[in-house]
Write a protein that binds this ligand. Sequence first.
Ligand SMILES: Nc1ncnc2c1ncn2[C@@H]1O[C@H](COP(=O)(O)OP(=O)(O)O)[C@@H](O)[C@H]1O
Ligand SMILES: [Mg+2]
Length: 281
Amino acid sequence: MSIIEEAVRKTAERHQRSAPPPEQGAARPRLRRVPPPATETANVRRFQPITLERAVLDDNNIISGMTDPAALRAYKILRTRLLRRLEANQWRSFAVTGATPGEGKTLTSINLAMALAHDSNTWVFLVDLDLQRPKVASYLGLNNSLGERGLTDFLLGDATFEQIVYSPTGMDRLAVVPNFQTVANASDLLTSPRMDELVQGLEAEMPRRIVIFDMPPVLASDDVLAFAPQVDGMLLVVGEGFTSRDALKSAKALLQEMNLLGVVLNRSESQDQGAYYSYAR
Ligand SMILES: Nc1ncnc2c1ncn2[C@@H]1O[C@H](COP(=O)(O)OP(=O)(O)O)[C@@H](O)[C@H]1O
Ligand SMILES: [Mg+2]
């Protein structure tokens, strides 16, 4: 059985076990946002501190450095819709993917992580899981000039969990796992026992966090399919003018067996409603 068939089988099995999605036409479930108990937030673990430069964030279109109200509004709408779907299905993790490079998967992952962590009840891990083209660190203005460790170091057994998780100053509810090195055998590492250990470590953290995995395009390699059994859902980013209809069809066919959280339309010319980001089922 190929790695892709195996991944699809495991995903189907996992999702058969999980709660079924709400019935079509059923009343929308009421959201019950229970804040973590005060003691839990007081004792929350701080990871390695990092400072993000506002000017770098601004240059890279990252929302915490951004003043564009239309973009901020669009991410808030995306955050709210996503939270609703995650909560309704009791899902905690998702991978951000797409059909082709350059559609805005990494930018969407970062901005969404920040928008979610802005919500006072939501704790977030953002993990750079594009092992062949890691970009989260550079978009955030991080480098490993002082020997900082990242995800690949952990997967190769050269770093501990504590060494690869960072807490940006002033963003208490966000923690980031960046990557500074590319690897060729990405899907092997993504299905390795070390990767399982990382996912379990992230899931065990208290308070419980939403885990966002920034991933490569689904058509570029088998990385997304190989890793799919580890996540609850997929968020598909489509770049207007970037993603061809055929590529999108192929991507959707590959993701058929998985829970599709939604589709983010990025780089749209349209400025109405969700500004230039919109979100549909
Ligand atoms: N909506 C947007 N507005 C402006 N620039 C964008 C937008 N989406 C993506 N970009 C830019 O396009 C480039 C590719 O985006 P990226 O998120 O790295 O794509 P991917 O991860 O899908 O390969 C980056 O320089 C990013 O800043
Ligand atoms: Mg990317």
